[in-house]
Design a protein around this ligand. Structure first.
Ligand SMILES: [Zn+2]
Length: 501
């Protein structure tokens, strides 16, 4: 069934490719030969996105999305700046060269990175149509995408490359609303709405809603780039040749590998790009840290899955299958959810379906129990079993006994990344796993400077709670840090400066 759908997609993709390029050229013609920058300036609600300190709406951070479209080519440059986490300010710039090249633009730290040989035309279009003017122009150019029309002015549109239909309303030539759906971890298959307001005076405004929560509210603006700006935009950073990678690694790739840390302690890397998980062997079965889920790209319209087709539970189901193949006959005893961020907790249904106990910090246990058992969850292994996720809350500390591999789950509270987190300490093995609290770039004796608050906070906690020879590992980077090195973080200038504040 899955592969049939995929084949169908490939077929449609080939057929529509040339039509699409035509549409881009048509829409681009309104720019009179220049590049136009369309920006949305507003606030993003990380709490509503389940990436905040608490998994509840009301945690808003300034966010800017900009889309530069070119005159007659289909290329587009997207730049996003804001907070991806409460403690992570960032900016990223990506250029799409239709039909098959994506460039991560590293102006501050060249060279750029290019992924080649991946068809990215739909992804380019999903960025492009965030601009409501281009949206309307594209729709006019593609009546064949419109599959229905109601008396009250709503059109049903099948955008190629998107799994869900969109309902679209254009009033007096202006886009007023787009209603579509997305599979959002910890929410389920839920409505996503882009609602446009066009006040008589001033710039148009947009509200992006997931269910009833406004996750992004912003004001729009357009600016024509100077000829020089337009030219520079597409140049390689610092004139240096880009590092090229295979297109199948964009935007994320699953490539699971098992690495042995010490006897009975493993790290499975490549669950998806940038995601690794500790796996511990005990007599009672495997203990796994974190239940990963994909990510919905809300800066695209319709929103898209980071790992297409892997929605909410499949990434972790895939991980479970890998564990079953790697440890034949060994049950999965438990999964420890390090924190309630959707990318670390959203796959817990797959582990419940595999018979694992699910542990989480007490503070978020009720939330996770509700979220993971919502009736909106699309069909997965757990629904097919008629099962349910039961969360075992961890208050302070909880020991999972084993003769050779005692495991302690430890709650870390009041941190700058998230209010409550869980660390997994393989005591006998001397390895401690955590997510997003200590993510070193290197073996340096000072914290990385873009997330000093969290790194210093964690270093102090580790020194107070773990033995000096314990090795700390994490889900997003490969350096292994002995606690003795974290002790030296506390002496660093950046941690000392924080302590004085
Ligand atoms: Zn996180």
């Amino acid at each position: 069934m899955e592969s049939e759908t995929r084949k169908q997609h490939h077929f449609n993709a080939k057929r529509t490719l040339f039509v699409l390029i035509g549409a881009m050229q048509l829409a681009g013609c309104t720019n009179a030969g220049n590049a136009v920058e369309f920006c949305l300036d507003g606030e993003f609600d990380l709490g509503a996105r389940y990436q905040g300190m608490h998994p509840a709406p009301g945690e808003r951070y300034p966010t800017r999305f900009c889309y530069v479209t070119d005159d007659t080519s289909g290329r587009i440059q997207f730049s996003g700046s804001g907070q991806s986490n409460p403690d992570m300010q960032g900016e990223f710039v990506v250029s799409y060269f239709v039909p098959d090249t994506v460039r991560i633009v590293n102006r501050e730290a060249p060279p750029d990175i290019e992924f080649t040989g991946k068809r990215i035309i739909y992804e380019a279009l999903r960025h492009r149509r965030v601009d409501p003017k281009l949206f309307v122009a594209e729709l006019e150019a593609h009546p064949e995408w419109i599959v229905g029309e109601s008396d009250d002015g709503w059109r049903t549109v099948n955008y190629p490359g998107s799994p869900f239909e969109s309902r679209v309303r254009v009033e007096a030539g202006k886009l007023s609303e787009v209603r579509t759906q997305a599979d959002v971890p910890l929410r389920g298959r839920v409505p996503v709405v882009w609602r446009w307001l066009w006040p008589d005076t001033g710039a148009p405004e947009v509200r992006v809603l997931i269910e009833d929560d406004v996750v992004f509210a912003a004001q729009a603006s357009w600016r024509e780039l100077s000829a020089r700006e337009a030219r520079d935009l597409w140049r390689l950073s610092d004139g240096r040749e880009a590092v090229t990678l295979d297109g199948d690694r964009w935007p994320a790739k699953i490539d699971m590998q098992m690495q042995t840390i010490v006897d009975g302690v493993y790290l499975v890397t490549g669950v998806r790009t940038g995601f690794a998980h500790m796996v511990l062997e005990t007599a009672g079965g495997l203990v796994v840290a974190d239940a990963p889920a994909g990510w919905v790209e809300l800066q695209q319209l319709p929103p898209a899955d980071l790992v297409p087709g892997y929605g909410i539970s499949r990434l972790s189901e895939n991980f479970v299958d890998f564990l079953e193949a790697s440890f034949p006959g060994t049950p999965i005893r438990a999964v420890a959810i390090t924190h309630a961020h959707d990318d670390h907790a959203g796959g817990a249904r797959a582990f419940a379906a595999a018979g694992a106990d699910v542990y989480a910090p007490e503070h978020v246990a009720a939330f996770l129990s509700d979220a993971l058992n919502r009736t909106t969850m699309p069909e997965d292994r757990l629904t097919r079993q008629g099962g349910k996720v039961t969360i075992t809350p961890v208050h302070d500390r909880l020991t999972l006994d084993d003769q050779n591999n005692t495991i302690e789950l430890m709650v870390l509270s009041h941190g700058p990344h998230v209010f409550a987190a869980l660390g997994v300490w393989a005591r006998d093995a001397g390895v401690f796993f955590q997510s997003d609290l200590h993510v070193p770039n290197s073996d340096a004796e000072t914290p990385r400077d873009d997330r000093v608050a969290t790194e210093c906070w964690f270093a102090a906690w580790a020194v107070a709670h773990l033995t000096p020879d314990t090795i700390v590992i994490n889900s997003h980077s490969r350096p292994q840090t002995p606690v003795a090195r974290l002790a030296r973080y506390s002496d660093s200038e950046s941690c000392r400066a924080l302590a004085i504040k």
